[in-house]
Design a binder for this molecule. Sequence first.
Ligand SMILES: Nc1ncnc2c1ncn2[C@@H]1O[C@H](COP(=O)(O)OP(=O)(O)OP(=O)(O)O)[C@@H](O)[C@H]1O
Ligand SMILES: [Mg+2]
Length: 329
Amino acid sequence: MGAKNGIVSLVIDVGGLDAQDRERIEKDVRSALARLNLPDLRIAMTADREQSSRNASTSVSYTPASSYTPASGSSVPRLLAVGSGKGGVGKSTLAANLAVAMKRAGVQVGLVDADIYGPSQPRLMGSEGMRPTAREDKLVPVRGVVGIPMLSMGHLAEEGQAIAWRGPMAGNALGQLVDAHWGDVTDLVVDLPPGTGDVQLTMVQRFKPAGAVIVSTPQDLALMDARRAIALFEKVNVPIIGMVENMSGYVCPHCEKVSDPFGSGGAENAAHSLDHPFLGRIPLTLRLREDSDAGAPPAAGEGDIARIFAALAGKVIAFTNADRPGVDR
Ligand SMILES: Nc1ncnc2c1ncn2[C@@H]1O[C@H](COP(=O)(O)OP(=O)(O)OP(=O)(O)O)[C@@H](O)[C@H]1O
Ligand SMILES: [Mg+2]
């Protein structure tokens, strides 16, 4: 059980129990906790995969597999991770817009929200409230903006809720998001949770992305974290596609004057000094935040921001097309 940002999350391991017992436990726990009047209570029931397949129908309540083993013969698309050492630097915003820009460039792209604890992709991609179904023991992705197939724990929890998993369970849950019915998707953009701890390391080790995009804001502290994130990927031989500097230069919506609240150029310098490609700079703009919150990624529209994401996507696509490293340095 855990609490974060006013949200109380509870994970119950119901492995080995039949559906009736699971339902009874959930009901009992809910009614016991109802007395506490918690503003936002989220309950996740976990069980092993065999259990869930026996009861599989059109699934909403979620039961992660006990381990991630893609079915033999199943082809998992290439994974492109978006990571950062630090939280709140714009990973999710970048992942959503990168996926949209790649799709616009003609790539069969999908999106996985690997932030099991704090999923944000349903909101960013305008797919809040959608529910994936399950077929042959695997999830069928929902469709976000511009028809991008996507999966997030946010689609599997009830409205306004999220799910907390213990470390190993988070990996298992992610396994089912990745090993899903992706159809003709060739590239899966994966929005990673913040940090460079065991959870992230296990995820990266297990799913072996083909490459990683590192997001950082320009200031020193964030850059130190970005370096940590790079080290994490390098430790498990995941190539760095490049670094993106987010919130770089603030365009005032009133006077259009550009200022640099977090400095500027830091990520580019760091990329060069670490000998990694620099993929681009995304300015801090009110519109980007507003459109993101409204589930309308600006990469899907026209204008400067869309062009910036298109250029960025072009570099990521070059990486996937080339024998890496394939982007300009
Ligand atoms: N370039 C930008 N301009 C304005 N707002 C931005 C920009 N990039 C991100 N934001 C806003 O900053 C907040 C954090 O962004 P986001 O959720 O993408 O970060 P994150 O790194 O995924 O966070 P977390 O570590 O919590 O997963 C969001 O409200 C987002 O809309
Ligand atoms: Mg995020």
